[in-house]
Design a protein around this ligand. Structure first.
Ligand code: F6R
Length: 246
């Protein structure tokens, strides 16, 4: 394992979430006035639940940038990522609306929305601490496997594997949008610190590939091998292919 990557393999989901909370709070207490990037999905739910129990004062000065959003989707749709972050964290910590940023899933022109989101992120000086999950196909954000990486915030067609993984969350799976707007690799890779979470045996192989295999856009998360400061926190099932110990 590369020395820029710190890997914590915890016994189970709860222990993983606890460790992730400790890492997050450590970063937050070092720099309370900074930009935090948030992923959605099942994996960080335990982290966000734990953060909800912390003193809301801690979060008073953060600026939040959501990593991605479906397109098209209304922010009040319960499956939207704007709704997810509000429900799982932002409302509970009383984060003012003006400190919450998310790609607009209702923007008239998704390409123009990507440019706007990129500009906003740049204007805020980029991300200080980015929370990431990993897709079963190795995606981070909605940067899907492909032949090249996209640096900028981008408008992407979702792959079948992502549609299969996420459509059961929709009341009618056919309602899942087939596109998304995602922070690109520049936004992710210029974060000062990254914390990647993974849970469950269906992430074991892709996680191992991403962290130890070739750096390639066909495994988007492999780009993290090039980042200077990545903490990976996983449960035993997701970390099964790594030797136990650090
Ligand atoms: C979500 C996101 C995705 C997820 C990934 C893992 O905002 O960007 O990359 O992190 O699909 O999802 P879960 O945690 O549901 O397995």
């Amino acid at each position: 394992m590369l020395s820029n990557i710190t890997l914590h393999i915890e016994d189970d989901y709860e222990a993983m979430s606890k460790k992730a909370t400790d890492v997050f709070i450590m970063a937050l207490s070092q720099k309370m006035r900074s930009v935090f990037g948030f992923a959605t999905g099942d994996t960080p739910k335990g982290l966000y639940r734990n953060l909800r129990t912390k003193d809301p004062y801690l979060f008073k000065r953060i600026t939040a940038f959501n990593l991605d959003e479906y397109y098209p989707i209304h922010p009040e749709n319960e499956q939207s990522y704007a709704y997810f972050m509000a429900k799982h964290l932002f409302d509970a910590i009383d984060l003012p609306q003006k400190q919450r940023h998310s790609p607009n899933g209702m923007a008239e022109d998704p390409i123009a929305e990507c440019e706007l989101y990129e500009q906003k992120l740049t204007a805020y000086g980029g991300i200080y601490f980015q929370v990431l999950g990993i897709g079963r196909n190795g995606h981070i954000g909605f940067n899907e496997p492909g032949e090249s990486w996209t640096a900028q915030t981008n408008y992407v067609p979702l792959t079948q594997s992502t549609i299969d993984a996420n459509s059961p969350n929709f009341l009618d799976p056919k309602d899942m949008p087939r596109h998304a707007i995602t922070t690109g690799m520049r936004g992710i890779m210029t974060a000062k610190q990254i914390m990647l979470l993974a849970s469950g045996e269906n992430k074991a192989e892709i996680l191992y590939k991403a962290l130890t295999g070739p750096v390639t856009p066909s495994v988007p998360a492999s780009v993290l091998q090039l980042h200077p400061d990545v903490t990976v926190v996983v449960d035993a099932a997701a970390g099964a292919l790594f030797p136990r110990g650090k």
